[in-house]
Design a protein around this ligand. Structure first.
Ligand code: SAH
Ligand code: SF4
Ligand code: F3S
Length: 452
C-alpha cells in the first residue's frame, strides 16, 4: 500500500545521474514516481530526505565513482534519522547485494529494469529504517510501459524530449556489461510510441530523440520496425526534428536507410554509429557482427541517400588483441569517414564479460598513449570540419544559456553542431544564425535579423 501523499509532502528527493541517455531518461521516470508519492525535488543533497544514485557500470572508473560518492554520502545519511539512500541503474544490477557489503549505509538497490518498484522501496525504507534492505534486480518485461504522461521531463522547456522505444540489448559484444545490466531487448508497441510523441508535440516539443541501446534493432510485437516508426513520426505536423540513438552498424538495413531518406528532412542528417574499432580483426574479437568494409558500406549507403549526412562514433582503444597495426586502422578510419564527433575510451575489463578470458593485455601506458593520439588526431579533423561552417547560415533549436555561465547561449543545428551566440533568446524556439567562428568542439554565431 502506498502512503497518502500528505505524509510525504514535506519530503524531498535528489537524484544523481551518470551514464547514457537511457539513464538520463530513467532518472526522469524515477523523479516522476517519487513526485507521484508527494515528494518534492530538493535543491541539493543537503536538503534531501531521499538520495538516489542512478549509476553506470560501463567502465571500471564509472563504477568506482559510485562507490566514492557513496563514501561521501555516509555523513549525509547519518546526519538525520529517516534519510534514505538508494542505488539504481546499471551498477545496481552489476554489483547487486555486494553494494550493501561495501556501503552498509545504503538502504535500497534497484536495477534498471525494476525502477517501477522505486516508490514502494522508498516507502519501506522509511517505515523500517535499518531493519530491511530492499533489493530488486528483476528484469521485468513491462519496464518499458511507463505511464508516459507522468514523466517529469527536463528538456520540455527547450522543446526536446526523449522517447524510449527499446530497452535492453541482444548483442554480446565481448567487452560490454549492458546485456547483463539491462537484460534482453524489449520493444514498446509502435502505437504507444506514436501516442507519446503526439502528446509531447501537443505540449510544445519540436525535437524527439528515440532511445534504445540498439535503437535500430527495434521491432515491436506486430513487426513494426524503426523504418516504419520514422515514417509515421515524421507525419506528426508539430514535430520538426527526429533523432535516434544508439544505432548498431550491423542492423543499419537498406530499408532503414531508405526510410531515413523517405521520411524527409525531419530526420536529422546526423547519425551516431559506434564503430568501436577500425580493424576487422579487433571487430571480430569484439563480436561486433561487421567488419571494417561493412561499416564503411553503411556510411556510404547513407551518404549516397542523404547528401550532407554526418556521423559520430564511439571507439575503444587497447582492446586485448589490438596490435599497433590494428590501432593504425582505427586512426585511418577517422581520416576515411571524417566524423563530426568521436567518443573514445580506453578498454576497461569488466567482470562477467567474455573478453575477460583474453586478459587485460595492453599495458595502461600504451592504452592511454593510443587514446591521446586518437583524440588529438580527431580534434584536428573536427577543427577543419567546423571551420567549413564559418560564413554559413544555420538554423538552431535554442537550448538555453551556455553551461559555462559566461552569458553565451547555446543552440544546436539539425546536424548536431553546437552553436554559441550572444543571448538572450527563447529556449525551444528556432533561430537563424550566421556562423562567425569555430573551434574543434563548437561554432560561434550571431543572429541574422529577420523581418518578424
Ligand atoms: N549500445 C551502444 C553502446 C553503449 S555503451 C553500441 O552498441 O554502440 C557506450 C560506449 O561505451 C560503447 O559504444 C563503447 O565504446 C564503450 N564501452 C563499452 N564497454 C566498454 C569497456 N568495457 N571498456 C571501454 N569502453 C567501453
Ligand atoms: Fe554493449 Fe554491444 Fe549491446 Fe552496444 S551492442 S550495448 S556495445 S553489447
Ligand atoms: Fe552505463 Fe548502463 Fe547506460 S552501463 S552506458 S548506464 S546502459
Amino acid at each position: 500500500m502506498t502512503r497518502p501523499a500528505a505524509d510525504a509532502a514535506s519530503l524531498r528527493y535528489h537524484i544523481e545521474t551518470w551514464g547514457c541517455q537511457m539513464n538520463v531518461h530513467d532518472s526522469e521516470k524515477l523523479a516522476s514516481a517519487l513526485e507521484r508519492q508527494g515528494y518534492a525535488r530538493a535543491a541539493g543533497i543537503d536538503d534531501a530526505d531521499v538520495v538516489l544514485l542512478n549509476t553506470c557500470a560501463i567502465r571500471e572508473k564509472a563504477e568506482e565513482k559510485v562507490f566514492s560518492e557513496l563514501g561521501r554520502l555516509r555523513g549525509w545519511k547519518g546526519a538525520a534519522a529517516g534519510r534514505v539512500l538508494g542505488v539504481c541503474g546499471c551498477v545496481a544490477k552489476q554489483a547487486g547485494a555486494t553494494i550493501f557489503a561495501r556501503a552498509p549505509h545504503v538502504d535500497l538497490v534497484v536495477g534498471p529494469r525494476a525502477t517501477g518498484s522505486i516508490s514502494s522501496a522508498v516507502v519501506r525504507a522509511r517505515e523500517a529504517p535499518t531493519a530491511l534492505r530492499f533489493l530488486d534486480l528483476e528484469q521485468r518485461s513491462d519496464s518499458i510501459r511507463f505511464p508516459f504522461d507522468e514523466i517529469r521531463r527536463e528538456g520540455l522547456g527547450a522543446g526536446k524530449a526523449f522517447v524510449t522505444i527499446l530497452e535492453g540489448c541482444n548483442h554480446r559484444c565481448t567487452y560490454c556489461v549492458v546485456p547483463r545490466t539491462r537484460g534482453p531487448e524489449i520493444a514498446r508497441p509502435m502505437a504507444e510510441v506514436l501516442a507519446e510523441i503526439r502528446s509531447l508535440a501537443a505540449a510544445g516539443v519540436v525535437e524527439i530523440e528515440l532511445l534504445g541501446q540498439t535503437v535500430n534493432a527495434y521491432r515491436d510485437a506486430e513487426g513494426h520496425t524503426l523504418a516504419d516508426l520514422l515514417l509515421r513520426a515524421a507525419e506528426i505536423a508539430a514535430v520538426e526534428r527526429i533523432r535516434f540513438t544508439t544505432s548498431h552498424p550491423a542492423q543499419m538495413t537498406e530499408r532503414l536507410m531508405d526510410a531515413m531518406r523517405d521520411a524527409g528532412p525531419k530526420v536529422c542528417p546526423y547519425l551516431h554509429l559506434p564503430a568501436q574499432s577500425g580493424s576487422s580483426a579487433v571487430l571480430r574479437a569484439m563480436r561486433r557482427g561487421y567488419d571494417r568494409e561493412r561499416y564503411l558500406a553503411k556510411i556510404d549507403g547513407l551518404r549516397r541517400r542523404i547528401p550532407g549526412m554526418r556521423f559520430g562514433t564511439d571507439l575503444i582503444v587497447g582492446f586485448p588483441t589490438e596490435s599497433d597495426a590494428d590501432f593504425g586502422q582505427t586512426l585511418d578510419l577517422l581520416d576515411t569517414v571524417q566524423f563530426d564527433l568521436v567518443y573514445s575510451f580506453a578498454y576497461s575489463e569488466r567482470p562477467g564479460t567474455r573478453a575477460v578470458e583474453l586478459g587485460d593485455r595492453i599495458d595502461p601506458t600504451t592504452k592511454f598513449e593510443r587514446l591521446a593520439r586518437l583524440q588529438e588526431h580527431q580534434l584536428s579533423i573536427q577543427e577543419r570540419r567546423n571551420r567549413d561552417w564559418v560564413g554559413r547560415t544555420v538554423e538552431v533549436l535554442v537550448e538555453g544559456p551556455s553551461k559555462r555561465g559566461d552569458l553565451r547561449w547555446t543552440g544546436r543545428t539539425a546536424e548536431s553542431r553546437i552553436v554559441h551566440f550572444a543571448g538572450p533568446a527563447v529556449p525551444g524556439r528556432f533561430l537563424t544564425l550566421r556562423v562567425t567562428d569555430s573551434t574543434a568542439l563548437s561554432l560561434r554565431g550571431e543572429p541574422v535579423s529577420s523581418c518578424a
